[in-house]
Design a protein around this ligand. Structure first.
Ligand SMILES: [Zn+2]
Length: 247
């Protein structure tokens, strides 16, 4: 009774009691769920590996009064490579913060889980620029959360040029040089940045990270993404600033 079998990724872990943990797991079926894992901090316990941050596993869970209880788990992808690299780990923690804050409990989240899995795969297994990977994740997540910017053409006249375009924060989309309101909150864009925005919003999930971009366009995407997130989610995510101090 009350037993479910979910696959999911650990997006937060909190130690409780002497050797227990409560983990937050992102699942397709119920979005974010809280799961108590008894004795998970004992090294030889069968739950210890599947309750680590970033771990993707197959879980057998029993529904308790307030939380799920983990009865067993089978690790599918531990994402070790991320935990052993301070840069990969910091970018991934930023990504997990965004998910934790903005995915609801009890709300099916299959697309967001798939996006997170793809993003962590690219971070763990490849050397793609972390800054670019993270911006692509952020912008695609915003679309999945219901805040997709209009980037297929100018929001006013539909012109589909890549040259002489701006990102218009007041109207959540791109606007051409003729329609732009110079007094509005606008960011001028390089043609490469416009192309990238169109690609990120349109491409199927498997190909999401299959493009490269100039340093300058990556920077522009970063400025847009940060402002866009603050505008719609009402919060600034500053974890990555710490890395800039290191560099
Ligand atoms: Zn226009």
């Amino acid at each position: 009774m009350g037993c479910v079998n979910y696959k999911g990724i650990v997006i937060k872990e909190v130690n409780t009691g002497e050797a227990d943990k409560i983990v937050t797991v992102l699942t397709a079926e119920e979005g974010k769920i809280s799961v108590a894992a008894k004795n998970a901090r004992r090294t030889k316990n069968s739950l210890s590996s599947g309750t680590q941050l970033l771990c993707f596993s197959d879980y057998m869970l029993f529904k308790g009064k307030e939380l799920y209880n983990m009865s067993c788990c089978e690790v599918i992808e531990p994402n070790y490579e991320i935990r052993n690299d301070i840069y990969k780990l910091t970018y991934s923690s930023h990504i997990l913060d965004l998910i934790y804050d903005n995915v609801q409990e009890g709300e099916p989240s299959e697309s967001i889980l798939r996006l997170l899995l793809n993003t962590l795969y690219v971070i763990a297994k490849t050397e793609r620029p972390l800054e670019l990977v993270t911006r692509v994740f952020e912008l695609r997540l915003m679309a999945l959360l219901g805040y997709e910017p209009q980037v297929s053409g100018c929001i006013n006249c539909n012109k589909t040029d890549d040259e002489n375009m701006y990102f218009d924060l007041d109207n959540s989309g791109i606007v051409c040089g003729e329609c732009v309101n110079p007094k509005g909150r606008v960011i001028p864009l390089l043609p490469g940045t416009v192309k990238a925005l169109k690609y990120i919003m349109r491409i199927n999930p498997q190909k999401l990270f299959s493009f490269s971009l100039s340093e300058q366009s990556i920077k522009e995407l970063g400025i847009i993404s940060r402002k866009y997130i603050k505008e719609h989610l009402g919060k600034e995510y500053n974890k990555l600033d710490y890395l800039k101090q290191l560099i």
